[in-house]
Design a protein around this ligand. Structure first.
Ligand SMILES: *Cc1c(COP(=O)(O)O)cnc(C)c1O
Length: 346
């Protein structure tokens, strides 16, 4: 079985609702910051102090609990290297499917064995099944909350239970979409418990809510000791100067950030209403996308949308979510375009 990450063909024109990007683009202040870069800055190796400070402040952690990475993808790879290079004969990584493809791609690439555990039939989190899948060779457990592609959050108690059940494994909670959920293991109430667990790592990205996917900025958060091992496998200048200034400017523009979160909420409400009207099953999402089951019609819908220059993610052939499409819900005007096209097709 190949776990190689498959890049999704990217259309030159049209409405991109297939990669959960920020459909409004980044904050204009990010572009202003990029334009103010000097020739000297381009010529010098980047200094991360300002970006680390701004990110740590925003996430409510200290600088030694934070590692900036070239997108969260690089963080996933770095954690895979550290967790799976251990001496177990064939170290195992548990992936709860359906899941973000990079987990299996990274674990497999560094020589780990991918152990897939399916979500429950209703897509709720299968705590007992994951616990049963833990073996002495388990070194890494990938969790995603809110999950991609279902949009559902994992109950925090389940995450903490798992971290306790697998003290020899790193439990990586990918919170790529936590901005939209309004809940995170970094919330004040949780942070103290999460901090007491050195095998728990949290992943964040600035690609989705902040619209910096093209600039590449992500972060890992965890105990200073665990992060120290991961710092050793990440190159010292892994973010470039554009990403660092973009991050500082993007984090400052709270007004834009909050405006976008509100657009996403309104877009989800519009899409739910349209799906309800047609009795199409969907899962109420804590993220910036919605998974909906179009069943037999899935391919026809994807093709019909494509013919109208609207791109959604076809998950219909994934045995873990048959007949399903994942649709990004960003700017309301874009969602209205999608709904108009859907109306014509159905
Ligand atoms: C988009 C996504 C990422 C990747 O984030 P980058 O910062 O762009 O590398 C990681 N995890 C999940 C679940 C995602 O959907």
């Amino acid at each position: 079985m190949s776990y190689e990450y498959e890049r999704i063909a990217t259309p030159k024109v049209g409405l991109r609702l297939h990669l959960n990007e920020n459909t409004a683009g980044c904050s204009p202040k990010v572009i202003a910051a990029l334009q103010s870069l000097t020739r000297q800055q381009a010529a010098e190796y980047p200094d991360y102090d300002a970006a680390v400070e701004a990110t740590a402040n925003r996430l409510g952690v200290s600088a030694d609990e934070l590692l900036l990475t070239n997108g969260l993808d690089e963080g996933l790879l770095a954690v895979s290297i550290v967790a799976l290079r251990s001496h177990a004969s064939y170290p195992e990584a548990i992936v709860v499917v359906p899941a973000f493809d990079m987990y299996a791609a990274c674990a497999d690439a560094v020589g780990g064995r991918v152990i897939e555990v399916p979500l429950n039939a209703d897509f709720s989190f299968p705590l007992a099944a994951v616990q049963r899948a833990i073996t002495p060779d388990t070194r890494l457990i990938f969790l995603t909350s809110p999950n991609n592609p279902t949009g559902l959050c994992i109950p925090r108690e389940n995450v903490l239970d798992l971290a306790r059940s697998a003290p020899n494994a790193i439990v990586l909670v990918d919170e790529a979409y936590a901005d939209f959920a309004g809940e995170s293991l970094l919330d004040e109430r949780e942070a103290r418990v999460a901090r007491s667990m050195p095998n728990l790592l949290i992943g964040r990205t600035f690609a989705k809510a902040y619209g910096l996917a093209g600039l590449r900025a992500g972060a890992l958060i965890g105990s200073p000791e665990t992060l120290a091992a991961i710092r050793r496998v990440v190159p010292p200048y892994s973010l470039n100067i554009c990403a660092t200034v973009a991050l500082v400017a993007g984090l400052q523009d709270l007004e834009y950030y909050n405006w976008y979160l509100a657009q996403v909420r309104a877009s989800k409400a519009l899409l739910y209403e349209a799906l309800d009207r047609r009795q199409i099953q969907y899962w109420p999402s804590s993220a910036n996308f919605v998974l909906a089951r179009f069943g037999e019609q899935a391919t026809e819908v994807v093709e019909g949308l494509k013919a109208r220059d609207v791109f959604v993610r076809d998950k219909s052939r994934d045995p873990a979510c048959p007949g399903c499409l994942r649709i990004t819900t960003g700017v309301v005007e874009h969602t209205r375009t999608l709904l108009g096209a859907l109306e014509e097709i159905l």
